[in-house]
Design a protein around this ligand. Structure first.
Ligand code: URP
Ligand code: ZN
Ligand code: ZN
Length: 467
């Protein structure tokens, strides 16, 4: 089946030009002016941007966490992602509490298989390494085409790994050219601060932010950087929120360390005052690391612009406000951590970034798609518009103004942290491997059409792949 995208302005991480795109069997086979259609279905993109599909490197769909399970599963989560312009997600496969790793991956395949409407891969999350799992890990990564391991330095009662486990993960990753993604917060210190607050009767949502100060993120970031360096491994710091952590990343990169950094839409656009709203309202904004005082935002935007941070993850981890968030109605430390961002990641970044002149259109494509593809072994199959690449494409109208609302979003939660925000631009049609998933703002995809993507390891350094 052939399709021809005509008349659009193609925007990649490096180029901006008007051309047609011919798609055959899910791949881009020709790019040029006035291509002949030859029976191809025409996709009219005149007046629109044609972007490579978004790659979201950080999602938690249908994940057990904080005594409950995230509200978006692989069906609602990937449909919402597609509406938002994302065509591939990399989700965290949880192995906590499992004696062997392979059954955990099997479980994740079962969740996604038959439900995902976009392509996907997994990161393998490690909490502990026994002699058995240590031996199993490299074999499993290779068998599954998984090129990234995730380790938490926080959530002391649930996911937190010891420094020893973290270091072992770095050593295994080094041997395999894999990358280790780390949640950098000092979980033990946070636990102590949380206990102090609870003892003092401080129960409101704002104490979530006050018991997780930026210093604990900065300290853990530095520790992760040094441990990765000793092991000679690549480090990807997830959800960077603050100057303290940024300074460590910038410093390490200046020294030539292979350290990548991700931030997320809320850290660029919302601030700590959201948690201080009256009553329980602040629970809508409880995730970790927490929102910071506003001045951190400027540091994050500047770091993105300077390519000191490379990617934007959604950290999709949704819990309804009138549902699971209420587990913490009397105690901030029991509010499930996480927010719904898979759908608005792309548009918030375009609107707050490109439309407001903070970043260029190339920076936008790079951080929303290309850099993640390079770091996680998807490039050039995904993450760009080039001959031979998968035809994962977003037709984006930059002129539309629209309001974000839980009434119209597609995520399975009853609130949106951006409720009432006006954004510029909207994904109008979204194709995955040449097939429409969203056509003229309507979902036309099929459950289960998303494919599991085996990834290739990336032996090159950050400098060599220009990220
Ligand atoms: O609060 C958050 N971010 N929830 C998801 C788990 C994590 O830390 O990434
Ligand atoms: Zn995290
Ligand atoms: Zn996360």
């Amino acid at each position: 089946m052939k399709k021809m995208i005509t008349g659009g302005l193609i925007a990649t991480a490096s180029d901006l030009y008007e051309a047609d795109i011919l798609i055959e069997n899910g791949k881009i086979v020709q790019i040029g002016k006035n291509l002949s259609a030859d029976g191809a279905e025409i996709v009219d993109a005149a007046g629109k941007y044609v972007f490579p599909g978004g790659i979201d490197p950080h999602t938690h769909l249908d994940m057990p966490f904080n005594n409950t399970v995230t509200d978006d599963d692989w069906k609602s989560g990937t449909i919402a992602a597609a509406f938002g312009g994302t065509t591939t997600i990399l989700d965290f496969c949880l192995t906590a509490g499992e004696e062997k790793l392979a059954p955990a991956v099997e479980k994740w395949h079962e969740k996604a298989n038959g439900n995902s409407v976009i392509d996907y891969g997994f990161h393998l999350m490690i909490t502990d390494l026994t002699p058995e799992t240590e031996a199993e890990l490299p074999l499993l990564l290779e068998r599954e085409g998984i090129t990234s391991i995730k380790v938490f330095m926080a959530y002391a009662k649930e996911f937190q790994a010891s420094d020893r486990t973290l270091f072992k993960a770095f050593k295994i990753a080094k041997d395999m050219d894999a990358v280790v993604m780390v949640h950098c917060e000092n979980g033990s210190v946070i636990d102590e601060l949380v206990e102090e607050a609870r003892q003092a009767g401080q129960t409101a949502p704002i104490y979530h932010a006050l018991t997780r100060p930026a210093e604990v993120e900065g300290e853990a970031t530095k520790r992760a950087i040094e441990l990765a360096h000793i092991a000679g491994a690549k480090l990807y710091v997830v959800h960077v929120t603050c100057k303290e952590a940024l300074d460590e990343i910038i410093n390490a990169r200046e020294k030539g360390y292979d350290v990548y950094g991700e931030t997320c839409p809320p850290y660029l656009t919302l601030d700590q005052s959201a948690l201080a709203q009256p009553g329980f309202e602040g629970a809508k904004y409880v995730w970790s690391p927490p929102l910071r005082p506003k001045y951190h935002q400027e540091h994050l935007w500047n770091a993105l612009k300077a390519k000191q941070l490379q990617t934007i993850g959604s950290d999709q981890c949704s819990f309804s406000f009138n549902g699971k968030k209420r587990l913490g109605i009397n105690d901030f430390s029991k509010i499930p951590n996480g927010g719904p961002f898979i759908e608005d990641r792309f548009s918030i970044l375009y609107s707050e970034g490109v439309a407001k002149g903070r970043i260029s259109i190339h920076d936008f494509v790079d951080m929303i798609s290309t850099s993640a593809a390079k770091i996680f072994g998807l490039y050039p199959q995904k993450g760009t518009i080039a001959i031979g690449s998968d035809a994962d494409i977003v037709i984006f109208d930059p002129a539309v103004k629209r309001e974000i609302s839980a009434d119209t979003h597609h995520m399975n939660v009853d609130y949106n942290p951006y409720e009432g925000w006006e954004v510029t631009g909207e994904p109008i049609s979204v194709l995955v491997r040449g097939e429409y998933v969203i056509k003229n703002r309507q979902f036309v995809g099929a459950l289960g059409s998303g494919r599991y993507i085996r990834r290739a390891v990336q032996p090159a350094t950050a400098e060599q792949i220009n990220v």
